[in-house]
Write a protein that binds this ligand. Structure first.
Ligand SMILES: Nc1ncnc2c1ncn2[C@@H]1O[C@H](COP(=O)(O)OP(=O)(O)OP(=O)(O)O)[C@@H](O)[C@H]1O
Ligand SMILES: [Mg+2]
Length: 266
């Protein structure tokens, strides 16, 4: 039932990396986890070893209101993955207007997935504002904004702080309480990176769930189509990711044992 959304005002900061590796860590902690890729780049699946040639996903069937269960992949990690699916520019534009007219196209199947109280759903979104983020934020238990430890991110903190990142006026006020932040690619050897991380940490207090260091194993894991805990469990990044997962876990309601089976348990 709980939905955690990974988002960021800025692209290329590590949203997808964070979403998949936190999903993996939470699965290892005993959760049943489904990750959904809402980004038309359709790359999330690669982290779980789904072949590049396999481009199927939920998006192509969306206008027909399909049962998404048919497109869910069981992966060796134990995490279930619902890929976005490949879509060309004409399809993407058509879909964007369809969603503007009828957000239920996306909201209805999502609600049906979230009706399973024992399932943790993690959503990855495209950078910046998107239909997906707009729709997911009100349904989410937590929106995790991923930021880099640099000057641009420090400048974006006020938007995170008051919820403006997810809306304006009352909407912003409503969502501000659900926003958490993770800093990514922190370089302990860089004065600027350290200073930016300290500034953000001081400002956000407990809303900062943690920080992940810049570590080549993270990029190597993606190149190998594996997860960080698989290829380098003793690395600094793996330790940081486990720590962030603990922070996320601590902020979520506990799952009773009786709810450990259900949707997607096949
Ligand atoms: N902590 C890290 N250390 C080293 N490299 C990292 C780290 N986090 C992410 N990367 C690398 O940075 C690149 C971008 O990461 P990712 O694709 O997760 O970002 P994103 O925010 O999802 O991007 P987009 O906005 O395009 O969706 C990838 O090559 C990834 O391997
Ligand atoms: Mg991404």
């Amino acid at each position: 039932m709980p939905l955690i959304v990974f988002a960021s005002p800025k692209g290329g900061v590590g949203k997808t990396t964070m979403a998949v590796n936190i999903a993996d860590a939470m699965r290892r902690n005993g959760r049943r986890v489904l990750v959904i890729d809402f980004d038309p780049q359709n790359t999330l699946r690669l982290h779980f070893g789904v072949p590049l040639s396999d481009t199927a996903g939920f998006i192509a069937e969306l206008p027909k209101r399909p049962d998404w269960r048919n497109v869910v992949r069981q992966t060796p990690s134990g995490v279930m993955v619902l890929p976005h699916g490949a879509i060309d520019i004409r399809g993407a534009l058509g879909l964007s207007s369809a969603l503007e007219r009828d957000p239920e196209l996306l909201a209805a199947p999502l609600r049906s997935i979230m009706a399973d109280p024992g399932l943790l759903v993690i959503a990855d979104t495209p950078p910046g504002p998107s239909h997906a983020l707009n729709l997911l934020a009100p349904m989410a238990s937590m929106v995790v904004a991923v930021l880099l430890a640099d000057a641009t991110s420090a400048a974006l903190v006020p938007d995170i702080d008051n919820g403006r990142f997810l809306g304006s006026g009352t909407m912003a006020a409503l969502f501000a309480g659900r926003l958490r932040v993770v800093l990514n690619q922190v370089d302990p050897n860089s004065r600027l990176s350290r200073a930016a991380a300290e500034t953000v940490a001081r400002h956000l207090g407990p809303r900062l769930l943690g920080a992940v260091c810049r570590d080549e194993v993270v990029a190597e894991a993606l190149a190998a189509q594996r997860l960080v805990q698989d290829i380098a469990p003793n690395s600094r990044a793996a330790e940081d990711l486990r720590e962030v997962a603990r922070g996320v876990e601590a902020a979520l309601p506990a799952v009773p044992d009786t709810l450990q089976a259900g949707w997607g348990a096949r």
